[in-house]
Write a protein that binds this ligand. Structure first.
Ligand SMILES: Cc1ncc(COP(=O)(O)O)c(C=O)c1O
Length: 416
């Protein structure tokens, strides 16, 4: 042991600055987070490394629908940690089968293919749709197309950014995967005109969240459902962000009663504790996958499945959909009642809410930074939309507390 007394280190201004400096130096700069460093969290509230408390109104882009550290999820995770966490799919484990069964019972579908991230679930859906196109629809080999909506966000893999219409997601990452015609979101007639004999599927978010909480015209999903049925095209709903009660229904497609042939799920499915995603579909469609076609080392691991099973239990028992519906309406009405000059529009469904800012008041991030100083965390979606998507366990009193702080900022923010 050295006896040399080290010179006292330069004391950083605070822990936040210290961690931000380290992150900046050693981490990739592929995100532009708000400058808050979270150390712990419970329910809807987080505490930063300097002891400041914030109300989280983002919920990890809807992954934290149950709030932070829900005791039943934590208990399920701890129980499984002590048993077995990973088996790979070379062997069976005792959690995956029951997870699939319980998810089928919840969703009304027949078969589940588990993965980890949302992007992987979308990749899985694309592979399933293409192979279905060849095997069951009779599309000529290598001609299958999956139509997507302009303004989509389905993840960040090379294939998925191939059909993004956001220039930044694509710039510098080509060449891209072909086979993804694009149509305007909300325009069912254009979808019908774009369908050919090579169309295997239409992949769509029931509400485009990342694009700025864009809600399509009422009935759109139903029209899309009918068109897909008429032309023997699979309807794939990406419910990764909108699903599991976020918009007031268990799934956002239920608003129009337009049951898709397949859904991608993720985010809240892992209880906000770990990554867990999947596709759910019919046994017939899923039968296109045979051993060796597709997989993932961690996909279907018993740790994630045990937490996922508890998440399913909570979905069944907590009444989160009704909460999202009631509190979403309440929150939106409060925001609208501000009649704040910077606000162009307040929109959304359930607790997925977008506040669009007029260009003369700068970008949405400017507002998010001001909210942060007042103890409220949320994030811009697109340049000009503030996204509010709090944990679904939020209380009316939390919304009132937030409104007391958000309100004055929204009404008094000067033009740029
Ligand atoms: C609709 C939708 N699909 C897919 C994804 C990708 O999920 P992940 O970030 O887990 O890959 C997201 C993420 O925000 C999403 O909102």
């Amino acid at each position: 042991m050295s006896t040399t007394v080290a010179a006292p280190a330069q004391k950083p201004a605070n822990k936040t600055t210290e961690i931000l400096t380290i992150s900046d130096a050693y981490g990739a700069h592929n995100y532009h987070p708000l400058p808050v460093v979270i150390e712990s969290a419970k329910g809807c509230y987080v505490t930063d490394v300097d002891g400041k408390k914030y109300l989280d109104m983002l919920a990890a882009y809807s992954a934290l629908n149950f709030g932070y550290s829900h005791p039943r999820l934590i208990e399920a995770a701890k129980r499984q940690l002590d048993k077995v966490t990973l088996t790979s799919r070379a062997f069976h484990n005792d959690q995956l089968g029951p997870f699939c069964k319980e998810l089928c019972e919840l969703t009304g579908y027949e078969s589940v293919l588990p993965m980890n991230s949302g992007a992987e679930a979308v990749e899985t859906a694309i592979k399933a749709a293409r192979k279905w196109g060849y095997l069951q629809k009779g599309i000529e080999e290598n001609k299958a197309e999956v139509i997507c909506a302009k303004g989509n966000f389905h993840g960040r893999t090379t294939t998925i950014v191939s059909f993004s219409t956001d220039a930044q997601y694509r710039k510098g990452f080509g060449p891209f995967t072909p086979g993804f015609p694009l149509v305007a979101f909300g325009d069912a007639a254009e979808l019908e005109r774009t369908i050919t004999k090579n169309t295997a599927a239409f992949l769509v978010e029931p509400i485009q969240a990342e694009s700025g909480i864009l809600v399509p015209p009422d009935g759109y999903m139903k029209q899309v459902r009918d068109i897909c049925t008429k032309h023997n095209v699979l309807l794939i709903a990406d419910e990764i962000q909108t699903g599991l009660c976020r918009t007031g229904d268990l799934f956002a497609w239920q608003h129009d009663g337009a049951r898709p042939d397949m859904m991608t799920l993720g985010k809240a499915l892992g209880g906000g504790i770990l990554p867990l995603s999947c596709i759910v579909t019919s046994r017939k469609i899923m039968s296109v996958f045979t051993p060796g076609d597709h997989g993932s080392t961690f996909g279907g691991n018993p740790f994630a499945c045990a937490v996922g099973r508890e998440a399913i239990n909570l979905i069944k028992t907590m009444g989160l959909g009704q909460r999202a519906k009631d509190l979403g309406e309440y929150f939106r009405s409060k925001l609208k009642a501000l009649n704040a000059a910077p606000i162009k529009e307040v929109r959304g469904r359930g607790l997925l809410i977008g506040v669009q800012i007029k260009p003369e008041y700068g970008n949405a991030r400017r507002f998010c930074e001001a909210f942060m100083k007042e103890g409220i965390l949320c994030k811009d979606a697109h340049e000009d939309v503030i996204r509010f998507a709090p944990p679904l366990v939020i209380e009316k009193s939390d919304i009132d507390w937030a409104m007391d702080r958000i309100g004055p900022i929204l009404t008094e923010m000067p033009r740029v």
